[in-house]
Design a binder for this molecule. Structure first.
Ligand code: C2E
Ligand code: MG
Ligand code: MG
Length: 582
């Protein structure tokens, strides 16, 4: 019994979906179309295009891409047969369902229309109940065929074929409307890794949930136009999605849609009872600037996506012609990076951490620099993501961890024997099973007291396999070193997570301090972070502090440690010693 009810429900839902269909009528008698429209509106249909001048029919079909055509056969100038014939020859509209309206009882006419590919017949005068049923059945068949041909079975999103077709159509349309349109290629970051960790079934689940998030993020209102029906999120294949924004008032709108998508992916997905964090890299290409056909536009959007990935993921990038060259340059840099370690091109600088209450230097953060033989100093923001991608971060990280420990021992010999040194550890290192030994070796090889080593991790280490990452962190904590959460507040930070991490310190991200003197909101955030952190018995360090006003504020709200240009830039070892000696 229940079974039957749900089945009926299913059909009803499908019929309801059909009510979104665009119904086009071509008839030389406007009155007749009006009657049909009125009746179909009562049935719940909402989108109609009526054409009484049959010479305009074909162009309108091309522009509006209706779901079904009700076509009169006998019309002056261009008759229904001619229109039908052209439709069936057209690459795009070949399969458009056409219901032919004819007063002719003449079987030869019917036969001819059928031969030309008419989908169904309706006798004039039109019987309204019969019309409703024939229309419903025709749309059902179309929906079924569309589903098989044009939709991805996993996510139910349009597939590449349908997407490219829509892109071509949207390019033409935007050209006529003289408004830009945009395509975006969305690649999920490190999906392969996630898939390997969790298995293919979880992988499918992640793709499905990510698809739903993207769809939701796109479907908000800044892209409202007549063309909204064609706005779509598609799955190109694998971990690649695409978005079409058919008519936008300006190219920048694509940027805000991209930001919304990135935000929508920030909250963890729930897969087989586990929280899984993912992110995406998005490339955007707009027409007419970046291409006049779907091939060019998609290729350029993909180039922009690759560039966004190279830039460190979780970001979006507009295509520009120089990206190709920039991409190549980054590629060359990556090759150079492979040799940087053996050629001694990496060095560590140290930024003092100052105790707020006493003004004393209590430690320093090690920040890596790359002295490239021809390009000069390269910042870690550029090459660390690169090293993470190529797996190079593991040997590089091991080297700089030991180097930082050794430097701290040198400082101790120079009389500064109670400083703590902080070393940044990348999320990729956390997933490396050898990390525990790397830390243990660095301590053993240098003789540094573990209590004087702090490892900084970012919130993104919860990405991927949370449980196993937690185990790794507890193991490392067992060596006696401390853990700190870097850039706190920028990622997905929930206290329930923090409580589970064996950490001693929070570093409030610079972005909250930039405006802290002018923004009540930022001031309130910093204040709240400090209160919460102290409740959890964590030390709070503020980073990126540049002026005395910020220092005064941080003193007032009880921040423990301050780090930033106000006290000192990161310094090479000899200058750090000079700084300490005052
Ligand atoms: P981070 O760990 O959050 O480091 C703080 C960054 O802010 C450093 O940039 C530092 O030079 C900069 N900074 C410090 N005080 C101020 C200030 O007052 N004003 C401004 N505008 N900036 C300030 P840097 O050295 O370019 O490093 C960038 C990021 O690269 C680091 O962010 C860290 O995530 C990563 N990184 C640096 N060294 C290493 C490393 O040895 N290993 C790993 N895995 N990552 C590293
Ligand atoms: Mg740091
Ligand atoms: Mg930081």
């Amino acid at each position: 019994m229940t079974q039957t009810i749900t089945e009926d429900r299913g059909l009803d839902d499908e019929f309801d979906q059909q009510k979104d269909a665009v119904i086009m009528m071509v008839d030389d008698e406007p009155i007749l179309m009006e009657i049909i429209q009125t009746f179909l509106e009562e049935e719940g249909y909402q989108h109609f295009i009526t054409i009484d001048d049959s010479t305009k029919a074909l162009a309108t079909i091309d522009q509006e891409r209706p779901d079904v055509l009700l076509l009169d056969l006998m019309m002056p100038e261009v008759d229904g047969f001619t229109i039908l014939e052209s439709i069936r020859r057209d690459a795009w509209n070949k399969y458009l369902p056409v219901i032919v309206l004819t007063s002719s009882t003449d079987s030869e006419t019917k036969l001819r229309a059928l031969e030309m590919g008419a989908t169904d017949f309706l006798a004039k005068p039109v019987d309204s109940s019969e019309l409703a049923l024939r229309l419903r059945n025709t749309l059902m068949v179309k929906a079924y065929q569309d589903q098989l041909t044009y939709y991805d079975t996993l996510t139910n999103l349009p597939n590449r074929k349908l997407f490219l077709d829509r892109v071509d159509w949207a390019i033409q349309r935007s050209h006529r409307a003289e408004k830009p349109m945009a395509v975006m290629v969305v690649g999920l970051d490190r999906f392969k890794q996630v898939n390997e960790t969790f298995g293919p079934r979880a992988g499918d689940e992640i793709l499905t949930q990510a698809a739903a998030r993207l769809k939701f993020a796109v479907r908000q209102d800044d892209v409202v136009t007549v063309a909204q029906r064609w706005q779509s999120v598609a799955r190109l294949g694998g971990d690649e999605f695409a978005v079409l924004l058919p008519e936008i008032s300006q190219a920048e709108i694509a940027g805000s849609v991209a930001r919304r998508m990135l935000d929508a992916l920030k909250e963890p997905l729930s897969v087989e009872g586990q929280d899984v964090f993912i992110s995406a890299s998005i490339g955007i290409a707009t027409s007419p600037e970046d291409g006049q056909d779907s091939d060019a536009l998609m290729k350029n959007a993909a180039i922009a996506t690759d560039f966004a990935k190279q830039q460190g993921r979780g970001t979006y990038q507009f295509y520009s012609p120089d990206l190709d060259a920039k991409s190549r340059e980054l590629f060359e840099l990556e090759t150079d990076l492979r040799r940087a370690l053996s050629r001694n091109e990496l060095e560590l600088h140290y930024q003092p951490k100052v105790e707020t209450s006493s003004g004393k230097t209590v430690g320093m953060e090690a920040l890596v620099r790359w002295r490239h033989p021809s390009r000069g100093m390269i910042s870690p923001g550029v090459f660390i993501p690169m090293a993470e991608d190529g797996g190079l971060i593991v040997p590089i990280g091991a080297w700089l961890l030991e180097e930082a420990c050794r430097e701290n021992m040198r400082l101790a010999e120079a009389g500064f024997d109670n400083l703590k040194v902080s070393v940044n550890i990348s999320a990729v290192q956390i997933s490396d099973p050898g990390l525990h030994d790397v830390v243990a070796n660095a301590l053993a090889n240098t003789g540094l007291d573990p209590a004087r080593l702090i490892l900084e991790i970012t919130e993104s280490v919860v990405m991927g396999d949370v449980e196993s990452n937690l185990k790794v962190l507890h193991d490392i904590r067992g060596l006696g070193v401390s853990l700190s959460i870097d850039d706190f507040g920028t990622g997905y930070s929930s206290l329930s997570y923090l409580k589970r991490f064996p950490i001693e310190e929070l570093k409030v991200d610079k972005s909250f301090l930039d405006e802290v003197e002018h923004s009540d909101e930022d001031a309130a955030i910093v204040r709240a972070i400090i209160v919460l952190a102290h409740t959890l018995e964590l030390t709070v360090t503020a980073e990126g502090v540049e002026n005395a006003n910020q220092v005064a504020f941080l003193q007032e709200v009880g921040c423990d440690i301050i780090q930033g240009y106000h006290f000192s830039k990161p310094l090479p070892p000899d200058q750090l010693l000079a700084f300490l000696q005052g």
